[in-house]
Design a binder for this molecule. Structure first.
Ligand SMILES: [Zn+2]
Ligand SMILES: [Zn+2]
Length: 179
């Protein structure tokens, strides 16, 4: 396999080619038992329970999936397709990560400040380098890596989606968001 070892490539009955990137926030251990995967057909994100991903026969790891194609030609096509998708994924990875943080930001605002939906866009740092700890889950944030909220200017937490718009909100913090 040519892709980074932290990527799990597979084929899903309905979604078709998918990738689980274990370097994504939350994917190494599963956020509350939930993983975020990328569907290559439309480069969309979807969530899946860790148990379903591990146990369901709907998911097949790429190498055995390719091996079970009927003909040499079909196997070759599948291999070529996968190689293309692996490269395409690496090219799109930053934009997909931004999409992921946007979804978590939105989900945070839905809990904390419903009137602020839809979530304001994310932006790259406009100020000098700064680091911080998320006020809600304590994760380390860095504005050279993480995005800022266009409305409050705070760094948006890649883990729990919090920004300054909902500062002080003390809603239920799921276990996975704490460490
Ligand atoms: Zn956080
Ligand atoms: Zn904000």
């Amino acid at each position: 396999m040519s892709s980074a070892p932290t990527r799990w490539w597979g084929y899903h009955k309905k979604h078709r080619w998918v990738v689980l990137d274990r370097d994504w926030p939350g994917n190494a251990h599963g956020r509350d038992g939930v993983l975020t995967l990328v569907r290559c057909s439309d480069w969309g994100l979807f969530e899946e329970s860790y148990d379903t991903w591990r146990k369901s026969s709907d998911y097949q790891y790429a190498p055995p999936y390719i091996d079970t194609r009927n003909t040499d030609r079909a196997r070759k096509l599948a291999r070529t397709r996968l190689l293309y998708l692996e490269q395409e994924y690496e090219r799109r990875r930053d934009a997909l990560l931004q999409q992921l943080v946007h979804l978590r930001h939105e989900s945070f605002l839905r809990k904390a400040r419903k009137e602020m939906l839809p979530a304001p866009p994310l932006r790259r740092a406009t100020r000098a380098h700064r680091t911080a700890n998320c006020w809600r889950c304590s994760r380390e944030l860095d504005n050279t890596v993480d995005f800022e909220c266009c409305r409050c200017g705070w760094i948006v937490c890649w883990n729990c989606g919090a920004c300054g718009c909902g500062f002080g909100y003390s809603g239920y913090l799921r276990a996975f968001e704490k460490d």
